[in-house]
Design a binder for this molecule. Structure first.
Ligand code: ATP
Length: 132
């Protein structure tokens, strides 16, 4: 079976770079499964785990929004932050979740509310990715 290069990149580092069989992402318009030879495209991603099939392995990466770009030569996921399960600090994510939930309970302006909601989604994404 043919493979393609998948790179997951943040402003800080290359989180993942491997030849893979398939990657599944949650785009803003729904689930997307990318196989070798997919037509080139760019689409924004939701804050959600990305699932990867590599040989007999299934891998997960917590990807916090960003974009997926399918090119002819490779697939690139660009996000503000992304972590492999092994790199996720559960205590930190739980603390971030609590902080965000407290912020959402107090009455605040729309911008702060939106920020807290995004922080909550990142924390839940990390906990979900780590647990699966
Ligand atoms: P926090 O409030 O705990 O900083 P955050 O969602 O605001 O969480 P980000 O701005 O998304 O954090 O990420 C900042 C950096 O910290 C990134 O490099 C990200 O990978 C890392 N990071 C954030 N939370 C965790 C975590 N729970 N485990 C491991 N790395 C994390």
């Amino acid at each position: 079976m043919s493979t393609f290069l998948l790179e997951i990149v943040t402003p800080e580092r290359i989180v993942y770079a491997e030849q893979v069989d398939m990657v599944s992402v949650k785009g803003v318009e729904g689930e997307l499964g990318i196989l070798p030879g997919h037509i080139p495209m760019v689409t924004p991603l939701q804050i959600a785990p990305v699932t990867i099939k590599r040989g007999s392995q299934h891998e997960l990466v917590a990807v916090n929004g960003g974009f997926i770009e399918v090119r002819k030569d490779k697939v690139v996921i660009l996000a503000e932050s992304a972590e492999l399960p092994i790199d996720i600090d559960v205590d930190r994510a739980q603390a971030a979740k609590q902080r965000a939930e407290q912020r959402l309970q107090t009455k605040r302006n729309e911008i702060d509310h939106h920020r807290a909601q995004l922080a909550l989604q990142r924390a839940l994404n990390r906990l979900d990715t780590r647990q699966r």
